[in-house]
Design a protein around this ligand. Structure first.
Ligand SMILES: Cc1ncc(COP(=O)(O)O)c(C=O)c1O
Length: 246
């Protein structure tokens, strides 16, 4: 495995199934397959558990006992970080950012923030919207306080300037997907991935290319225009290549 020299922990049911979407395929007169990473199993599943396997592996290799991370009020990443911390016996503090202008109590109290609360994370709030560096800095400042109290915190950062250990999870997923496609005799024309922090997109694309697969990868961005996201994906691919000595 391309990522086997990196420390990781086991948080996900893998391999996740690769399924044909029969009705959608019939509607569009084509073959559409889905990689069921909603079935990773941790705290309702999703793509973050593969990423957290490598972040927590790195954290544990540094002797960390507390995870810190930041994200939007309804962040899936935050919910799954708290679940992963619980599963790996780490303390956890999260910061919820006011990224969208919504006052409804449901937005602030139900769904992910509710789950974060019942899983027992310590919660901080960050008032500014899109301010990745500021949000990371607030977590780094909080980590300094924890260090002074004798803890060994590990910050899972948001900004693209940081080493993207999480993207290694999607390098692994690319290898897993290629093995499934081969054993099922499927030759896709393209892959379509969601792209936000770009860890999924960058890791998957790099993993394919590292395996010699040249099939195009199209990202559907959840929060930026195409030009800004393209820059982000390229920067992240460069960081992951460097991390993996590719
Ligand atoms: C369910 C889900 N899928 C995909 C993404 C995008 O993944 P990534 O942050 O790795 O780009 C996110 C987060 O933005 C998400 O919550």
């Amino acid at each position: 495995m391309l990522t086997s020299s990196f420390p990781s922990v086991n948080l996900s049911h893998k391999p996740t199934p690769l399924e044909r979407l029969d009705n959608l395929s019939d509607d569009y007169q084509t073959n559409i397959w889905i990689k069921r990473d909603d079935c990773t199993g941790l705290a309702f599943g999703g793509n973050k558990s593969r990423q957290l396997e490598y972040y927590i592996g790195h954290a544990k290799s540094l002797g960390a006992d507390t995870l810190l991370t930041t994200g939007a009020i309804q962040s899936n990443h935050v919910r799954m970080t708290v679940a992963a911390a619980r599963k790996t016996n780490m303390d956890v503090e999260v910061q919820l950012e006011h990224r969208v202008d919504r006052d409804q109590v449901e937005y602030h109290e139900s769904g992910n923030p509710f789950l974060v609360k019942i899983m027992g994370a310590k919660i901080h709030y960050y008032a500014v919207g899109e301010d990745e560096d500021g949000a990371d800095q607030a977590m780094i400042d909080r980590a300094e306080v924890l260090k002074a109290e004798g803890k060994n915190p590990y910050v899972i950062p948001l900004s693209n300037a940081n080493t993207p250990y999480g993207a290694l999870g999607y390098v692994e997923a690319a290898e897993e997907t290629l093995q499934q496609l081969e054993s099922m005799g499927i030759q896709p024309e393209r892959f379509i991935v969601p792209t936000g922090s770009a860890s999924t997109h960058a890791g998957f694309l790099l993993g394919l290319r590292a395996c010699g697969c040249q099939i195009p990868v199209q990202g559907i961005c959840v929060r930026r225009d195409a030009a800004s996201q393209k820059k982000r994906v390229i920067t992240k691919i460069q960081s992951v290549s460097k991390l993996m000595n590719l």
